[in-house]
Design a protein around this ligand. Structure first.
Ligand code: PMP
Length: 289
């Protein structure tokens, strides 16, 4: 496997970063996950723009332009000879001394991995996922801005542990006020009386690229939507529920806290979104050829 690291495509065994990198020492950095389908990178510019915005928000200045990073992403996919897969871009503050100050780090580091991914078994796409509510809360926006896709995922990791230990597949994370924010690695949507509803970003949701695609598709499919605060009550009493994420794509939910959602099967509106998403993802994106 070839890895792009700080300007060069190197073998995986040579792709190494310093133990003094603040990305490792303090989780000081940002990242992106992007899919490519049929040799086209889906929503490439949008992902790279979000990467740059995450970096700006944490005062991390990248020495490359957005166009250059798009090209490096394409180069990495090409170098690995893959037609379909997942790209992970990680930007760290770079190597510095032992001390929190980012000003100890001279140059940021970036690496790009192009690989394959299978997040959930097919069975969950066919029958729906089971969710639990996690006790671990999403950090308040005043603690960690929800739009920043940072290397600080410990909250999400703790919540994921809870979900797995409870025998569920994913977990719903609430914010400090008890409103639904999102899941540990996915955004959440529900359908109630024909309307699509998803939490606002200000309730602690990542401004997911797949979430944005679903809102665009809602317009095209003529499904009215609202971004608003919701509690678990809204999910328990919804007709349908699904999650979205780059890795997971669009995946139906069958239950939350062992309460069946709708009739416990992937709903009709959810299935329309899944097929519209697949069609779009399979036919658009930046060509790697
Ligand atoms: N929320 C969280 C916490 C995530 O990590 C992700 C990405 N895995 C998402 C939502 C979905 O975002 P996107 O559609 O941009 O992948």
């Amino acid at each position: 496997m070839k890895i792009w690291l700080d300007g060069k495509l190197v073998e995986e065994s040579e792709a190494k970063i310093s133990v003094f990198d603040h990305g490792i020492l303090y989780g000081d950095g940002v990242f992106e996950g992007i899919r490519f389908y049929n040799r086209r990178v889906f929503r490439l510019e949008e992902h790279i723009k979000r990467l740059f915005e995450s970096a700006r928000a944490i005062a991390l200045k990248l020495p490359w332009s957005e166009e250059e990073v798009c090209q490096y992403t394409i180069d990495t996919v090409k170098a690995n000879g893959l037609d379909d897969g997942y790209v992970r871009l990680v930007v760290t503050r770079g190597a510095g001394g032992l001390g929190l100050s980012p000003y100890l780090c001279e140059t940021p580091s970036m690496f790009i991995i192009a690989s394959t991914i299978k997040l959930y078994p097919q069975e969950h796409y066919d029958n729906g996922l089971s969710l639990i509510t996690c006790a671990t809360r999403r950090p308040a926006p005043g603690a960690l801005m929800p739009q920043v896709k940072s290397l600080n995922y410990l909250n999400n990791v703790m919540a994921k542990i809870e979900a797995i230990q409870a025998g569920a597949v994913e977990g719903v994370m609430l914010n400090e006020q008890g409103y639904v924010a999102e899941c540990t690695g996915d955004n959440i949507f529900l359908i109630k009386d024909g309307r699509l509803i998803t939490p606002q970003v200000s309730d602690g949701a990542l401004d997911g690229i797949t979430r944005r695609v679903i809102l665009e598709l809602a317009d095209q499919l003529g499904v009215p939507y609202e971004e608003r605060s919701m509690t678990r009550y809204d999910i328990y009493t919804s007709d349908e529920c699904f999650l979205t994420g780059t890795a997971a794509e669009v995946i139906p939910v069958k239950s939350l806290d062992q309460r069946e959602i709708g009739d416990g099967k992937p709903g009709e509106v959810t299935l329309r979104f899944i097929s519209a998403f697949r069609e779009l993802a399979g036919s658009t994106g930046a060509s790697i050829d």
